[in-house]
Ligand binder design. Structure first.
Ligand code: FMN
Length: 366
């Protein structure tokens, strides 16, 4: 591999410089237990930015995760959180509403032999508590979605030398992040796998593709732009660079690698013809997200108005997940995937990284 990636102009991009990486390659973070320290460290070691999606972790877990990543790699990595941790009505639920929601889930729990769960104290972690731990743990990069952190928090990051990366799904969101002084902006097109991290307008009203969004954002913000959504090879990163981005963020292509936290069944589905059919739906978590179509998305998609808000919907389905995975039931769990999945080729992060670096450093088309 070449020593330092050089853009067409013969110098590394500002994004590469700010992130402290060798190549304009970011492994997108995966929330909900699908990240792994091995995946993030492998990508970082090979010159990209490895990331870990930590939004479901407790503050203590965030501290130990960051320590572990530091022992696994000497290179920069990102720890990722969700700024907005609940939607309206999603922080708590009355016993009556809990029972109403339970009635929707009961047939599926029965089908998998899972007992009715107790009404919990909390349905998710709180961003305010997580971020205190993150400041203490001081990862090299803090990436986030679903909002703009407070000015105080961004100032604390700057004081500690933590580089900040925020995600935008529209021009207005990119300008809000830029105005707040966020260091880099991920322009996330609707091709992307996982959640649509919109925070100003409804996600359904923020469905711009990566091609348009990258150009629109790059022309309007000071911060370097990272393109995400629909990129799975060096050709895709080169395209993003041509459109004004300074790096490419790949999610689905890394999720499909054996180092990720995805189950073998999920990975197999990504490499199968099932990957031709993704859907954007609120049926899995209460927030709009892209995954492979399955029985849950098809049966519950039309019933979204009846489902509880994020994160309560996610919590109810989360209680079913271990039993569904144990039984190999991919019809009742989320199988997150972006639209580019049919083009996936690599089964390990090392192979994928080597192919990306080859394609960026040699004069290859892909
Ligand atoms: C399973 C899954 C979970 C994700 N979780 C997060 C997350 O917690 N935080 C985040 O910033 N992005 C998250 N993303 C988005 C990815 O980091 C990345 O931006 C996106 O997958 C890029 O699009 P692609 O899938 O077309 O490559 C997730 C994506 C997937 C597929």
């Amino acid at each position: 591999m070449s020593e330092t990636w050089s853009g067409k102009q013969g110098s590394p991009t500002e994004a590469v410089r700010r992130l402290g990486v060798r190549y304009p390659i970011v492994q997108g973070p995966f929330g909900g237990g699908l990240s792994s320290t091995r995946l993030a460290a492998t990508v970082s070691d090979l010159g990209g930015l490895g990331s870990y999606g930590a939004y479901s972790l407790t503050p203590d877990q965030i501290v130990s995760l960051t320590k572990e990543l530091r022992t696994l790699t000497s290179k920069p990595f990102a720890v990722n959180l969700w700024v907005s941790d609940h939607d309206p009505g999603g922080r708590d639920m009355s016993p009556e509403d809990f029972e109403r929601a339970w009635a929707l889930f009961e047939p599926f729990y029965r089908e998998l032999g899972v007992p009715k769960p107790e009404r919990p104290q909390r349905y998710s972690q709180r961003f305010d508590e997580q971020v205190e731990a993150l400041l203490e743990a001081r990862p090299p990069v803090f990436s986030f979605v679903f909002g703009v952190p407070s000015a105080t928090l961004l100032a604390e990051c700057r004081k500690r030398g933590i580089v900040t990366v925020g995600a935008a799904t529209s021009i207005a969101e990119a300008q809000a992040l830029d105005g707040a002084g966020v260091d880099l902006i991920v322009a996330t097109g609707f091709e992307a796998g996982g959640h649509r991290p919109s925070f100003l307008a409804r996600a359904e009203d923020s469905l711009m593709g990566t091609f348009a969004l990258t150009q629109l954002v790059a022309d309007r913000v000071k911060a370097p732009v990272i393109s995400a959504g629909g990129i799975a090879d060096a050709r895709g990163i080169r395209a993003a660079l041509t459109l004004g981005a300074q790096a490419g963020q790949l999610g689905t292509a890394f999720l499909a690698c054996e180092e990720s936290g995805a189950t073998p069944e999920h990975r197999a589905a990504l490499f199968s013809d099932k990957s031709h059919h993704t859907a954007l739906t609120r049926a899995f978590s209460g927030r709009l997200a892209r995954g492979l179509r399955n029985r849950w998305s098809e049966e519950m998609g039309p019933r979204v108005p009846e489902l509880p808000p994020f994160p309560i919907q996610s919590w109810f389905l989360g209680q079913l997940r271990p039993a569904a995975i144990k039984a190999g039931r991919t019809d009742l769990i989320s199988l997150w995937s972006g639209q580019i999945a049919p083009n996936l080729k690599h089964r390990t992060a090392k192979e994928l990284m080597e192919s990306l670096v080859r394609g960026l450093t040699q004069d290859a088309v892909r």
